[in-house]
Design a protein around this ligand. Sequence first.
Ligand SMILES: Cc1ncc(C[n+]2csc(CCOP(=O)(O)OP(=O)(O)O)c2C)c(N)n1
Ligand code: SF4
Ligand SMILES: [Mg+2]
Length: 332
Amino acid sequence: MVEETVEEFKNANLYKGVHAVALEEFYTSGHRTCQGCESALVMRDFVKASGPRTVVTGATGCMYVANTSYMTTPWIVPWMHTQLAAGGASAVGMAAGLKALMRKGKIPKEKINVINFSGDLGAGDEGLGGLSGAMQSPYDLLVIVYDNESAANTDIQASGLTTWGAQTTFSPTGSVKRIMHERWKKNLAAMMAIGHPNVKYVATSCATFPPTDYMNKVKKALSIGGPTLIHTIDPCPKGWDYHPRYSHVLGELAIKTGIFADYEIVNGEVRYTYDLRNKKRTPVREYLEKQGRFSHFEDEDYDYVQAKVDEMWDEWELPGILPIKSGLKVKK
Ligand SMILES: Cc1ncc(C[n+]2csc(CCOP(=O)(O)OP(=O)(O)O)c2C)c(N)n1
Ligand code: SF4
Ligand SMILES: [Mg+2]
């Protein structure tokens, strides 16, 4: 299941288990995210993994608005808001600015982690051009796409990364048409990996499953250098309509059913974190029926999604990742 990637990352100080995780917090109290918000955990854990020598830029969205209510913030590290579509560009600007200050001797020369976080709409739709620019830049930077599968902050509109069939405020079910959202999820991480050959590290992840996987992927991305990207799947109690206590359950099911493929691409080599090739997968219905956004589903809808997930893993040239021949090497 989880593969060790020791060689390239021997200097990355990877966590060997949850007990090794740093106790110090750099994203702490003072935020107003919903109870059970997995995106908040994505914030907390990346900065735990990156440590205090980190500068963060955050695109508009829940993780901006709920984290910077007037006169309060959970951020202990320097943090800057950036426009919704400008996540990638803000990371480039920050990295270039720090480099210039170091060159001019205005700040000491040292490694400062530059991390941008952007939501699925911000990074995957509106800011796709800027994200591409960042992935082709010469700078050391990490973009974390926190994917709660909607424009959550503006009341749950569908984005290009929303699961097929989900109810959102853009796609409410009705008596005439049951399924309003008829697009398969955009394949963002793979798109970035394939389209940007100089990027040394692209990964997907879930903040809670498998344990420490996400934080270690942050460490790997920061240690390998150059532009890097991590795309997380973030259960959102409000938008997905479930009791907040089930966020972890849903994150785990997203991976185990294979609807969200968990992998990393290191220097052009694909490594499955949770390998579902030729394996029995948890039926996707177990994941979907726990969420109110799919409460309108009938048997044929569950069957449709299952068939698409099976196709991803059984028929795609790069299972779960790419529906085309890619030329990328797959580690056996
Ligand atoms: C250019 C621009 N378009 C639209 C908006 C309105 N807006 C603010 S946050 C947001 C949703 C962002 O969605 P996502 O990036 O997925 O982040 P989330 O809210 O889900 O955390 C929208 C549409 C905006 N602020 N700027
Ligand atoms: S709406 Fe979703 S993403 Fe936004 S704060 Fe609430 S749980 Fe988190
Ligand atoms: Mg979103």
